[in-house]
Write a protein that binds this ligand. Structure first.
Ligand SMILES: O=P(O)(O)OC[C@H]1O[C@](O)(CO)[C@@H](O)[C@@H]1O
Length: 934
């Protein structure tokens, strides 16, 4: 005996299934419905796939296979799963399609819900899905939003079957039917066939009642005078709305315009009742099927509704019954001020949002599985944040998800930050994909560099720190030269590099994005003269430049006959440039295999992609954590590296500090501060353990103790040192996102400039007068001379002055030791001792920098970031200075000018500062350590 579902088709209404699931289809569930219930179609949507893929392991095998190719994005991986299912469903329905001569037997797949409000990308997506599924009984589903309608028309015009989804309002449906007819007419005009183009208009039903009924209940509860009339509308409005939509369909079908198309074989665009599962348990479970039965329509049912209807549905020609009553219902809706227009437009918005939410959850599930399958190919991350911070982080992640931050980052949407020029500074995303740097030019350099023993890199900040990390962690390739990165004007340091590198066997890389930074200019003058004395006319062949097009350095390199000039991308700021030529040129010159580097990086770049929602996007997630921690007062990001990864912090410091430290906000990175016990820390820290698998250093136990004491710790695990390349990508994304959380532009560095200007003034004055502007210490003791900006001083002996200064440190403050000294092991040790002493005495974070290196890095945050610093600046009179060819000022003079300029600006910004000048280089530092008790 024919069951009610079958009777429906006999009454002219197609029964479709609003459900797809691989296991269900593999077990023959779909075929059974076709066979036994007369099913003639299938619809899917992002929520349906989310349920299927996100909550079962039926897709794991394919997913694991697909993402073995690591450059498969989450979206591509998801689509491959969905397309495979849709093809299976198309094959199951194909006999129906053939039997009915294309009148039915369709399977729908929806374009990405993120595109619901974009015409062009929707058209492109529809074309892509149509081509990829490549089955005549496919329908591509496009939301019938205002921007969707032109996309629908264009797709139909191109011969693609379309299921228009998310229709709630009769006017929206009218626009869609018009688009269908116009598309067919255009085809007829061009002499193209129209008899195989199918379309349905999916009119959503139950959601309307869900909203209206709620409004009715609220008004009744508030004692509305029209309570009875309002109550009479409950459960009626959605059906009335659908009935009147059908009346429009009948009207248009009988029009001459349609008849002309029908004569050419055009099939009607059927109304499809969607959202037909009953939401209100008080209503019959077959309500939205029983009441909407009519010819040339479709009802797509979730399995539960289908089972209910099969069991106890009633088939009658209800759709055209009681039309006057339907009109009355809608008139009542208006009379009672319920505004169906408002309800339906809100429902469209909700519908778009809820499909996007479902897609987020779906993409998140795919991204999480992807991470699982990538295993050790992807550096891992684990959080122990403590309940309070974790709760705040989850709120940020939800805000980021709802706001589409992963997508907006990659779309270079400046409104993610301050809406300034941020969009212009995101070319580092392409660099992360390995799209920067001419590989042939790099290979040629690598080949030529093999003839050298040393590579001397002259550059500051972003032009030196990344290459130095690569050089120190990955090392030189076999037979390739050794890297010496020089980012200082310290005469001792300049001399050390000069003495270690014979010009005859040295390749010099002068690296500056702007091409006008003072330090590389002076270093270039010095090393050029030194090389020229040995190499004469051959000097240029030992020099290469890396700089942005049109810079002063580019011009100088051309004039001097440098052997190569590598052009940077002006769309990348210095600190984000490591995977562009600024990092790749020194890496290639020292024999790093660039292709292999990007192979290693790839899993991270894809995992941080636009389609990986924040919770499952390693970069965005980390950004949410560090940004939220900073906003909650945990703004001292303390880097605890495995020994082999120690160099990474210098690069990370610049990235975090220069990007976020401005407008009195931001993150203060704390690098190379030895790990202490819980009692030595306040509640302003976030620890990041940069862990290299296999390292069993003592820090593990200390970190466990911190976690147990409630300090937040993020553990990042690299499975090999090579994965350091992945961390460049993760942290660049994280920093950009942290900028969005903190609410600043992470791509400018406004405060660095001020110190540069002050330094320039001092150096220029020196060039004219032969002396720096005079200054006098407020106190002298042996080899120590104490300076403070005007009006500030101290009393007692050196130890007392230092004590009084540091005693000002309170909770949340930090102490900075800014050493304008040679960066060498002995000085590093001395500074570490000072930091530990001060941290333990005052329970505050300590940072340190060698000047002028840190000026182009953390200096931005010290000047523009939180005004909670106490800075001890250490300068000295060098025992042996180094002259700079073509300049009156020596390196020692320039360095001192930089220190003074820096101190002035720090003081101007309200930071607390004290300078100790070592008048005797050898005796000074021990005397200072003694005065500090370190
Ligand atoms: O590559 P350039 O233009 O010489 O700049 C070096 C560094 O100086 C800074 O501009 C800060 O002074 C950094 O942002 C940059 O990385």
């Amino acid at each position: 005996m024919s069951n009610p579902l079958k009777q429906l088709s006999e009454a002219g209404q197609a029964v479709w299934l609003d459900f797809v699931d691989r296991t269900f289809m593999n077990k023959g569930g779909l075929a059974k419905l076709v066979e036994e219930d007369g099913l003639t179609g299938v619809t899917s949507n992002p929520s349906i796939f989310e349920k299927a893929i996100g909550h079962s392991d039926a897709y794991d095998e394919q997913l694991e296979r697909d993402i073995a190719e690591e450059d498969v994005s989450v979206e591509t991986a998801y689509e491959a799963l969905a397309i495979a299912d849709i093809k299976t469903a198309c094959a199951t329905l194909r006999p129906v399609y053939d039997r009915l001569g294309a009148k039915d037997g369709y399977v729908s797949i929806e374009v990405s819900p993120y595109l619901a409000l974009e015409t062009d990308t929707t058209i492109a997506a529809a074309r892509r899905l149509w081509a990829e599924v490549n089955e005549p009984n496919l329908m591509v589903k496009i939301p019938g939003t205002a921007p969707g309608v032109p996309a629908i028309q264009e797709a139909l015009d191109a011969g693609i079957n379309i299921n228009v989804t998310l229709l709630f309002a009769i006017d929206a449906y009218k626009a869609v039917l018009e688009a269908y007819i116009s598309a067919l007419e255009a085809r007829v005009t061009r002499g193209e066939p129209v008899d195989r183009i199918a379309s349905v208009a999916s009119f959503f039903v139950s959601r309307i009642d869900a909203v209206i009924d709620k409004q009715v209940d609220e008004r009744v509860a508030s004692g509305d005078a029209e309570a009875e009339a309002l109550k009479a509308l409950k459960g009626k409005v959605a059906i009335a709305n659908a009935k009147l939509a059908y009346q429009h369909y009948i009207e248009v079908s009988s029009s001459q315009r349609w008849q002309a198309l029908a004569a050419k074989g055009a099939m009607p665009q059927r109304l499809l009742w969607a959202s037909t599962g009953t939401k209100n348990p008080a209503y019959p479970d077959t309500l939205y099927v029983d009441t909407l039965i009519g010819r040339d329509t479709v009802n797509t049912m979730p399995p539960k509704t289908m089972d209910a209807f099969r069991d106890h549905g009633t088939v009658a020609n209800t759709l055209v019954a009681d039309v006057e009553e339907a009109r009355h219902v809608l008139a009542e809706v208006e009379r009672l001020g319920l505004s169906l227009d408002d309800v339906t437009s809100a429902l469209v918005e909700d519908g778009v949002r809820s499909f996007a939410d479902a897609a987020d959850s779906l993409y998140g599930a795919v991204a999480a599985k992807r991470t699982q399958f990538l295993g050790d190919k992807l550096a891992g991350m684990h959080e122990d944040l403590g309940a309070a911070l974790q709760g705040e982080v989850e709120k940020t992640i939800e805000r980021a998800r709802a706001g589409g931050w992963s997508r907006r980052l990659w779309a270079k949407d400046a409104s993610l930050w301050t809406g300034a020029d941020e969009g212009k500074w995101l070319a580092w995303l392409a660099a992360a994909r390995g799209e920067q740097g001419d590989r042939a030019q790099l290979a040629a350099l690598a080949e030529r560099a093999r003839g050298f023993r040393n590579v001397v890199l002259l550059g500051m900040g972003g032009s030196s720190l990344g290459p130095e990390v690569i050089g120190l962690i990955l090392g030189s390739g076999p037979g390739a030269p050794t890297l010496h990165a020089l980012d200082s004007t310290d005469p001792g340091q300049v001399r050390t590099v000069a003495e270690a590198t014979d010009p005859a066997s040295t390749l010099y890389i002068v690296s500056s994005k702007s091409g006008s930074t003072m330090e590389p200019e002076l270093l270039r003058a010095y090393f050029w003269a030194r090389a020229e004395a040995v190499l004469g006319a051959e000097t240029g062949s030992h020099f290469v430049a890396v700089t942005d097009p049109g810079s002063k350095l580019e011009k100088a390199a051309q004039e001097k006959g440098f052997s190569a000039i590598f052009a940077g991308d002006p769309g990348i700021g210095g600190r984000y440039s490591v995977l562009s030529v600024f990092g790749l040129v020194p890496a290639a010159a020292t024999g790093v295999d660039i292709a292999h580097l990007f192979e290693t990086i790839k899993p991270m770049t894809f995992s941080c992609g636009p389609d990986a929602p924040p919770a499952d996007n390693p970069g965005v997630r980390l950004g949410a954590i560090i940004g939220t921690a900073a906003a909650q007062g945990r703004d001292k990001l303390t880097i605890i590296p495995s020994p082999k990864l120690r160099p990474f912090g210098a690069w990370l410091e610049q990235l975090l500090a220069e990007s976020t430290g401005k407008q009195g906000k931001g993150i203060v990175p704390v690098d190379l501060e030895p790990l202490g016990t819980p009692d030595q820390y306040g509640d302003d820290r976030l620890f990041v353990h940069l862990h290299l698998e296999g390292d069993s250093s003592a820090d593990h136990a200390a970190l466990d103790a911190l976690k147990a004491a409630g300090q937040p710790v993020v553990t990042i695990t690299l499975h090999s040192p090579e994965q350091i390349g992945q961390e460049f990508v993760r942290w660049e994304v994280a920093t950009a996102i942290a900028g969005a959380v903190i609410g600043i532009n992470p791509f400018d560095q406004p405060d660095v400039e001020d110190a540069k200007v002050k330094t320039r003034e001092l150096v220029n004055a020196y060039e004219q007068t032969g002396a720096l502007t005079p200054e006098s210490p407020f106190f002298e003791e042996g080899p120590l001379a104490f300076y403070a900006p005007s009006g500030k001083s101290g009393s007692g002996d050196g130890a007392a002055i230092l004590k009084a200064f540091f005693d000002e440190a309170g909770p949340g403050d930090y102490i900075g030791v800014l050493a304008y000294l040679e960066r060498n092991a002995a000085h590093e040790q001395a500074i570490e001792a000072i930091r530990v002493k001060l941290r333990d005495a005052h329970k505050v974070a300590t940072v340190a920098g060698f000047g002028p290196r840190f000026l182009h890095s953390t200096g931005q945050a010290y000047k523009g970031g939180p005004v909670s610093g106490l800075f001890l600046e250490i300068t000295r009179t060098p025992a042996e200075d180094v002259a700079i060819p073509g300049n009156k000022a020596s390196f020692g003079t320039v360095q001192l000018a930089q220190a003074r300029g820096d101190l002035d600006v720090l003081a101007e910004r309200g930071q607390r500062v004290l300078r100790v000048h070592l008048t005797d280089e050898a005796a000074g530092l021990p005397a200072l350590l003694a005065a500090l008790g370190a």
